[in-house]
Design a protein around this ligand. Structure first.
Ligand code: M6R
Length: 589
C-alpha cells in the first residue's frame, strides 16, 4: 500500500529518494512527497498525483541534503489531498515522518496532543506520529527513548521513518505488522518498505523483525526491540538484481513478466531437494491442513487442495486469508498451515498465519520475496525464484507458485514420470506465448463487452477465477469465473446474444461436460472462446494450446488469459502496470 523510503549517506539524497518513489509506484498510490534536512532546516515537498507529475510541479531534484525520507501514499484515513500526503511534520517542523499502516487509536492520541497545544494539518492517522516523536524527543532528549515511547503509544500497524532537525545525521525507523527493510550501501544506508526501492543501489539487506526499531546514524546502525533490548542483525545478500527491474524492450512490466514465464518456470524448479522433501513430510504427517492466501495466490491454493485430495487422498481446506479469522476457532492445535504469497507481506495473510500460530499451528509457505514477513513467520519456505514482479497483476508469480505445488505433489507421490514432464512444461508455455496475435484478435473483438464469463471444471475452475480476476483488474471489464456445473443454477440467465464466454476445455475428464456447457450457452447466444488443445466447431474463437499431461493444463491455459487481460487493457487505454485503486502489496487489513 503506502511505500516508504529513506536515505542517509554521502550522496545527495533527493535523486535517490525520487528514483525510489518511481520504483515504489507499483505499490499503488495517490500522492507522494519527500522531506530532507539541509543546513539544519527541514524541507518538505508533497502533492497528489503521479510521481513524475508532482516532480514536474515541485522539482524534487532541486532539494538539498544527504538525508531524507520519501513516501507514496495510498489513502486509508483522510482524502487524497496535499495536506494528507506524507511526509508529515511536527508543529515546529522539527520532525518529519512517513508511515505505512493504520493507527487505530489516533483519535484519542490526537485529542490528548491537541489539549497539550499541538495543532494538526491533516486528517490522517499518520500525522500523530510526528507530534508524538516531537513531544517525546523534547521530554527524553534521547532518540531511542523517544521512538520506543512513541511506538508504545501506538495501537495498530505501522512502519514509520522519521528525521529530526536536532540531529540531521540520523534516521529512525520502527515496524509493527508492516514491512521495513534496511539496505546497506557503499555510500550510505537505505530504509524502505521493500527491497525493490533500493535494489538499484545495493543488494545487501538487513530485515527488521516485528516490534523492532532501527536508529541509523551515518554509517552506524543499531536495532532494538520495542522493550529496548539491542538486537544483532545479519546482513543478507539478496539474489535480485537491478536489471530485473527494467522493462527491457517491452511496453509494460506486465507483458514482460508474462513473457518471462518460460524462464521463471525453470527457475522455480531450482529447489533444494531436502527442503522439498521436508515440506512433503510435513504434509504427510499433518492431521489437519489449512491452505490460506489472497487473490491470485488463493487460486493456486485451490489447485493445491484439489491435487492433494485427488492424487494424494489428503484432505485439506483452502480459505481466503481475509476469512480465516472468522473460522479461527476451528483451527486445530496440531494443524499445518500452508501459506501462499508473492510478496509475503499481505496483511490478511500475515494475520491468518499469526492466528494459526497462536493456536499452535505450524506454518509452511510458498513465496517469492525472500526475507519477507511471511518468510520469517514460517518454519519452512519454498521460494518461487521468479525475480521481482512489478506489474500489479500477479502473472509469473502465479505460475511460479503453481509449478511448486506440482513439484510438491509429484514428489509426495514419487511420480517420476510427471516430475520429468514438469521440467519440460516451460516449452509448452513458450508455444502458447506464440499465440499472442490470436489473443490480440480476440481482445479486439470483445474489448467493449460489459460482461465476460470464464468457465471451467475441476482443475480449470481456479483458472477460470484467475482469468476473470485478471480481466477485471487490468481492463476493468466485469468478469466472472465459474464452475461449468453451476451455470444452470443462475448464471445462465445472464447469457444473451453476444456475451463472451471463455471455456477452458483441454482434453481431460472434464472435456465432454464442458462441451455440453458450451453448447447450452451458445444456444442462448453466447460467443464461445475455446481454450483447448483440440479445435471444435462450437468455438466462435479458438485459442489453441499444446497437448500436455492432463494434470498440467492449468500451467499452460492460464497464459492466454493473462495475455487477453493485458491486451484488452491496452486496447481500452488502461495502464496495465498500475490499475486504478489497486496496490501490489496489500499491507493493510
Ligand atoms: O503478495 P500476495 O500473493 O500475498 O498478494 C495477494 C493478492 O493481493 C494478489 O494476488 C492480487 O490478487 C493480485 N494483484 C492479482 O493479480
Amino acid at each position: 500500500m503506502c511505500g516508504i523510503r529513506g536515505y542517509i549517506g554521502d550522496e545527495d539524497a533527493p535523486p535517490l529518494l525520487y528514483n525510489g518513489l518511481k520504483r515504489m509506484e507499483y505499490r499503488g498510490y495517490d500522492s507522494a512527497g519527500i522531506a530532507t534536512i539541509s543546513d539544519a532546516k527541514m524541507l518538505v515537498k508533497k502533492d497528489t498525483g503521479k510521481v513524475t507529475e508532482i516532480n514536474n510541479k515541485l522539482d524534487f531534484l532541486s532539494m538539498r541534503g544527504n538525508i531524507g525520507i520519501a513516501h507514496t501514499r495510498w489513502a486509508t484515513h483522510g482524502g487524497v489531498t496535499r495536506e494528507n500526503a506524507h511526509p508529515h511534520a511536527s508543529c515546529g517542523l522539527e520532525v518529519a515522518v512517513i508511515h505505512n499502516g493504520i493507527i487505530e487509536n489516533y483519535r484519542s492520541l490526537m485529542e490528548n496532543l491537541m489539549a497539550e497545544g499541538h495543532h494538526f494539518n491533516s486528517q490522517t492517522d499518520s500525522e500523530i506520529i510526528a507530534h508524538l516523536l516531537e513531544k517525546h524527543y523534547k521530554a527524553y532528549e534521547d532518540e531511542k527513548q523517544a521512538v520506543l515511547k512513541t511506538a508504545s503509544d501506538l495501537k495498530g500497524s505501522f512502519a514509520f521513518l522519521a528525521i529530526f532537525t536536532a540531529n540531521p545525521n540520523m534516521i529512525i525507523g520502527a515496524r509493527k505488522d508492516a514491512p521495513l527493510v534496511i539496505g546497506v550501501g557503499k555510500q550510505g544506508n537505505f530504509l524502505a518498505s521493500d527491497i525493490l526501492a533500493f535494489i538499484d543501489y545495493t543488494d545487501k539487506v538487513l530485515f527488521l523483525d516485528n516490534r523492532e526499531i532501527a536508529i541509523v546514524k551515518g554509517r552506524d546502525m543499531q536495532v532494538y526491540t520495542f522493550e529496548g533490548k539491542p538486537v544483532e542483525k545479519e546482513v543478507t545478500q539478496v539474489a535480485w538484481e537491478a536489471k530485473d527491474t527494467s522493462k527491457e524492450a517491452f511496453a509494460h512490466y506486465t507483458t514482460k513478466e508474462i513473457h518471462e514465464q518460460p524462464q521463471t518456470l525453470k527457475a522455480a524448479l531450482y529447489q533444494d531437494p531436502n527442503k522439498v522433501q521436508e515440506f512433503c513430510s510435513a504434509i504427510e504427517r499433518a492431521k489437519h491442513i489449512h491452505i490460506t492466501a489472497c487473490g491470485t495466490s488463493y487460486h493456486v491454493g485451490l489447485i493445491l487442495r484439489n491435487l492433494l485430495a485427488r492424487l494424494a487422498k489428503i484432505r485439506s481446506d483452502a480459505t481466503l486469508s481475509s476469512e480465516f479469522s472468522h473460522d479461527a476457532e476451528l483451527i486445530e492445535r496440531d494443524c499445518l498451515v500452508i501459506a501462499i504469497s508473492q510478496s509475503g507481506e499481505t496483511a490478511d495473510l500475515l494475520f491468518a498465519v499469526s492466528e494459526a500460530k497462536k493456536r499452535g499451528g505450524e506454518v509452511l509457505s510458498i513465496l517469492n520475496a525472500v526475507g519477507a514477513s511471511l518468510d520469517r513467520e514460517s518454519k519452512l519456505s519454498l521460494y518461487i525464484n521468479c525475480g521481482p514482479e512489478i506489474g500489479v497483476a500477479a502473472t509469473k508469480s502465479f505460475t511460479g507458485q503453481l509449478i511448486l505445488v506440482y513439484l510438491l505433489i509429484f514428489t509426495l507421490l514419487n511420480d517420476t514420470r510427471r516430475l520429468a514432464d514438469l521440467r519440460d512444461i516451460w516449452k509448452a508455455v513458450e508455444e502458447v506465448l506464440k499465440m499472442e496475435d490470436k489473443v490480440v484478435e480476440v481482445a479486439k473483438k470483445y474489448k467493449e463487452c460489459n460482461d465476460f464469463y470464464f468457465v471451467g471444471r475441476s482443475l480449470h475452475l481456479p483458472i477460470a477465477l484467475e482469468g476473470a480476476l485478471k480481466l477485471k483488474e487490468l481492463a476493468y471489464n466485469h468478469a466472472e469465473g465459474m464452475a461449468g456445473g453451476e451455470l444452470k443454477h443462475g448464471t445462465l440467465a445472464l447469457i444473451e446474444e453476444g456475451t463472451p464466454v471463455v471455456v477452458l476445455n483441454p482434453e481431460d475428464e472434464t472435456y465432454q461436460e464442458m462441451l455440453s456447457n458450451a453448447s447450452e450457452m451458445k444456444a442462448r447466444g453466447a460467443k464461445i472462446i475455446g481454450v483447448s488443445n483440440r479445435p471444435h466447431e462450437i468455438y466462435d474463437d479458438f485459442i489453441q494450446i499444446p497437448t500436455v499431461d492432463e494434470l498440467l493444463y492449468p500451467l499452460v491455459e492460464v497464459v492466454p488469459l493473462q495475455m487477453l487481460a493485458y491486451h484488452t487493457a491496452v486496447l481500452r487505454q488502461r495502464d496495465p502496470d498500475y490499475p486504478r485503486n489497486l496496490a501490489k502489496s496489500v499491507t493493510v487489513k
